[in-house]
Write a protein that binds this ligand. Structure first.
Ligand SMILES: Cc1cc2nc3c(=O)[nH]c(=O)nc-3n(C[C@H](O)[C@H](O)[C@H](O)COP(=O)(O)OP(=O)(O)OC[C@H]3O[C@@H](n4cnc5c(N)ncnc54)[C@H](O)[C@@H]3O)c2cc1C
Length: 516
């Protein structure tokens, strides 16, 4: 049994920035970060474009950023939240810079602001095309300087500990007391009790197989919050990134940033047709959902497996300066951007919904907060505006910190039973997990993808149920195991996406059902 003041699940921008704030303000409190892979592995690490924030008030304004966010969200944003996040942005960015993050500046020393799809102004602060890597680096460096933070890497959180684990539970309300955590090395399950718990566990991309997310993105936090009976919302709004580098094998795909289209690249079919102007006046700079749906329609029309991003007309020395990582990655894949078009496909990229939180990051469960991609704050509505998610995580990490600072409560430590591991090892386990995972991912791609139908969603429910029953049997039979827990979590997430898709009767933002 381990006791800590604050338990943070996840070491991306949300978890780390909250940890830094808490540790700086409360040197006497102990902050534990639990993360399932290497400490830097996260969606954060792969963010390319940057952080959307209004810094140049001559050329831009908070009102413009608010308006762009609301347009992308297609009427489903919480306007008060949008205003709060946008106006707090500059302060939160300054803190990040004070903690050591570097962003590109021009010859005069002003921030070199980028422009992405859906933005009406240049406002994206970036570090070359590896902004997330730089943010993660700076935050981990700052965390290492704070002796009251400990990071347990390769520790997988299995489930939250709530009233139903405790005999004398509180009828009516649900509280969180920490989490059961599997040490990947020793295979021991730790009981970590915490005064406050933050879910900062990131996204769900892997549920679809083809994704821009790394393999850690299995929706664990959302699934465990759902099992604990927290409110979960807007799961139907999965954002597909229009331009992931096409690879024949599927799986995690390298992202060709939207900023490349902002820089002037054209989307073409195999035959060279520049099709985006046919779909939207903003052409390649239309919001993500429009570009993804347009590509999906083109692919369905032609039967091709990918479309192409043409950069051959662009200033190549400027391109290499702005996108050295993309340039190198294409080269590695035998694509010479100066002469070749880049093959691209839409891939699952970002979840707009998640665990419902209020403006202080509080979930519907006492002592449980959520921040970052696993949360649903109301900022994104039906579609996230590019580069608003790092911003959202920074702003909410601050709000949660502020709330906990202003509302001290004695850490409550009831008696919690230790985890009981059941079952025996089986040599077939891995094979069964892999097989069911592939079935789940194919189901989500084919029946619950960019363009949905009522019939496909109904079929998806029936098929998911078969996978669910098989995997629940495995879960009850075998000792606890990360791959199996992740699969179980992805099934929960798929169930939420399908269920909330069926409930949606009007197409909005990133959601498109042919029968609506
Ligand atoms: C390729 C790519 C490019 C992007 N570009 C941009 C961009 O330019 N601008 C922008 O604003 N956003 C961008 N995004 C989105 C943005 O990066 C993410 O939304 C954001 O980083 C999420 O941060 P987070 O802290 O919520 O989660 P993450 O950074 O994903 O961190 C989640 C953490 O939780 C841990 N975790 C998960 N489950 C468990 C468990 N069961 N037990 C223990 N630990 C667990 C993970 O290991 C990880 O450490 C991009 C995303 C991708 C994938």
């Amino acid at each position: 049994m381990i006791r800590t003041d604050v338990l943070i699940i996840g070491s991306g921008v949300a978890g780390l920035s909250f940890a830094v704030k808490m540790a700086e303000k409360f040197p006497e409190r102990h902050i534990s970060i639990v993360t399932k892979s290497d400490e830097d592995e996260s969606n954060t690490k792969y963010a390319q474009g940057g952080v959307a924030v209004v810094l140049d008030e001559k050329e831009d304004s908070f009102q413009n950023h608010i308006r762009d966010t609301l347009i992308a969200g297609d009427g489903l944003c919480n306007e008060a939240v949008v205003e709060m996040v946008v106006t707090e942005g500059p302060k939160r960015l300054k803190e990040l810079i004070d903690w050591g993050a570097n962003f590109d500046v021009d010859a005069e020393g002003n921030f070199d602001l980028g422009k992405e799809g859906g933005h009406s102004a240049y406002r994206v602060v970036h570090h070359k095309d590896i902004t997330g890597y730089e943010v993660e680096r700076a935050l981990l460096d700052r965390v290492a300087q704070l002796s009251n933070i400990s990071i347990l890497s390769h520790h997988f959180v299995i489930d939250l500990i709530t009233d139903h684990h405790i005999e004398a539970s509180n009828a009516g309300s649900i509280s969180c007391f920490g989490a059961y955590v599997l040490n990947e090395h020793s295979k021991e399950v730790l009981t970590i009790q915490a005064g406050s718990t933050l879910l900062a566990s990131g996204g769900i991309g892997r549920v679809y197989g083809h994704t821009t997310n790394p393999i850690i993105a299995t929706g664990d936090g959302i699934a465990m919050a759902y099992r604990a009976k927290a409110r979960i919302k807007d799961m139907e709004f999965v954002q597909f990134h229009p331009t992931a580098l096409y690879n024949e094998d599927g799986g995690s795909s390298f992202l060709i940033s939207e900023a490349v289209r902002g820089f002037g690249a054209f989307l073409r079919t195999k035959n060279g047709n520049r099709f985006m102007p046919d779909y939207d006046d903003r052409a390649e700079l239309a919001s993500r959902d429009i570009v993804s749906q347009s590509i999906d329609r083109e692919l369905k029309k032609s039967g091709d497996l990918c479309v192409y991003l043409d950069c051959t007309h662009l200033d190549m020395s400027a391109f290499k300066l702005h996108f050295p990582n993309i340039y190198a990655k294409c080269k590695e894949n035998q694509i010479d951007i100066e002469t070749d078009w880049i093959p691209v496909v839409p891939a699952s990229h970002y979840l707009c919904g998640g665990i419902v939180v209020d403006a202080n990051g509080k979930t519907s469960i006492s002592n449980l907060f959520a921040c970052g991609e696993c949360s649903s704050t109301g900022l994104h509505g039906a579609n996230r505006l590019a580069s608003n998610s790092l911003l959202e995580a920074l702003v909410y990490a601050h709000n949660i910190f502020q709330y906990i600072s202003e509302n001290p409560r004695p850490s409550q430590f009831p008696k919690i039973p230790e985890w009981i591991n059941k079952g025996n090892d089986s040599p077939n386990e891995q094979h069964l997990i892999q097989n069911n995972l592939e079935q789940l991912q194919a189901l989500m791609r084919n029946y619950v993808g960019i363009i949905r139908t009522d019939d496909h969603l109904q079929k998806a429910i029936g098929r998911l149920d078969v996978i669910y029953k098989t995997v629940e049997d495995l879960y009850k039979t075998y000792p606890v195991h990360t791959g199996l827990c992740e699969l179980r979590n992805m099934i929960n997430v798929a169930h939420l996406i399908i269920g909330q898709s069926i409930e949606r009767t009007e197409n909005k933002g990133g959601y498109f059902n042919l029968d609506n």
